[in-house]
Design a protein around this ligand. Structure first.
Ligand SMILES: Cc1cc2nc3c(=O)[nH]c(=O)nc-3n(C[C@H](O)[C@H](O)[C@H](O)COP(=O)(O)O)c2cc1C
Length: 176
């Protein structure tokens, strides 16, 4: 049976890299269901993920195509939830159990492992609020992939860059 992976895509400038990750996972025969936040949809188009995953993309908690809340059915079959890229905002929401959109609501109902792939400015990554939220999530068994050091989109250098897609892909395959 095909493994199902839920891929959360959030409003980081690195969101375009999630398209490559979707493509690599789908080519391996993995069933990828993408959930995008509203901010992610300002940066990348849902159609890209629809085409690469060949699955409907969840863009709005209130526009589910079925009678049953889709996140419950999905959580019964998804092995992994991967959020790549993951904003400081979504890290904070997950750490605090906030469920105010499709991705954060799904995350609360997810039964399997969670991988977070942060991407943000180094100043944000260093912020005590982010550090504390990361600690909370690690304490609950959530795995972090990256971030790595390097130049981020705004030109700053430091830790905060999203891990390379090939490295993320390799870690997820190991897990699957
Ligand atoms: C062009 C642009 C790029 C952004 N990149 C990032 C980023 O890499 N990481 C981050 O944490 N926030 C970034 N933000 C801020 C988030 O988009 C903002 O906090 C938003 O509320 C996140 O929503 P979401 O977490 O629901 O996707 C960026 C904002 C803009 C306008």
């Amino acid at each position: 049976m095909k493994s199902t992976v839920v891929l959360g895509v959030t409003g980081s400038i690195a969101a375009y890299k999630a398209a490559d990750l979707t493509s690599q996972l789908a080519k391996k025969g993995i069933d990828v269901v993408v959930i995008m936040t509203a901010s992610a949809q300002k940066l990348v188009c849902p159609q890209t993920f629809l085409t690469l995953s060949r699955n409907p993309v969840i863009t709005d908690l209130w526009a589910m195509p079925d009678w049953q809340p889709g996140h419950i059915e999905l959580s019964d079959r998804a092995k992994l939830l991967v959020i790549a890229p993951c904003t400081a905002n979504v890290i904070a929401k997950l750490a605090n159990g906030i469920a105010d959109d499709a991705l954060s609501t799904y995350a609360l109902s997810h039964n399997g492992k969670i991988f977070i792939v942060p991407a943000m400015n180094p100043k944000m990554w260093k912020h005590p609020a982010v550090r504390q939220n990361v600690k909370i999530l690690e304490g609950r068994g959530v795995k972090f992939i990256g971030p790595v050091s390097g130049r981020v989109a705004c030109g700053d250098d430091g830790e905060g860059r999203m891990e390379e897609v090939t490295a993320i892909f390799a870690k997820l395959l190991e897990e699957l």
